[in-house]
Design a protein around this ligand. Structure first.
Ligand code: SF4
Ligand code: SF4
Length: 90
């Protein structure tokens, strides 16, 4: 499956909550489980580590795609939920 890059919508945050992150998240002491809100999300759903060296590499390299992010935040949450389900080993 190929993905088409698109612009991230600040404040969406689906990828910072819905999906699991295997890299250690500062302040969390380990990986982030799926469905857990990253502790570095601000009340406005922005990343407080954006641009800082502490930001996990997987986050810096993750890009918004039309297929996973859709056109609206609701679509992003639904599609990331489905993506997480499909890529989680039994
Ligand atoms: S799910 Fe997509 S649009 Fe939403 S914050 Fe993540 S990259 Fe941006
Ligand atoms: S560190 Fe930032 S980009 Fe990564 S999951 Fe947390 S809030 Fe999202």
């Amino acid at each position: 499956m190929s993905f088409t890059p698109t612009l991230c919508r600040p404040g969406c945050a689906a990828c910072c909550v819905v999906v699991s992150i295997s890299e250690t998240i500062p302040g969390l002491g380990g990986p982030k489980p799926a469905g857990v809100r990253c502790p570095h999300l601000t009340p406005e759903n922005l990343c407080e580590l954006f641009g800082l060296p502490e930001r996990p590499k997987v986050c810096s390299s993750y890009g918004a795609t039309r297929e996973l992010c859709g056109e609206r935040n609701e679509e992003a949450w639904q599609r990331h939920t489905e993506w997480e389900r499909l890529t989680t080993p039994d």
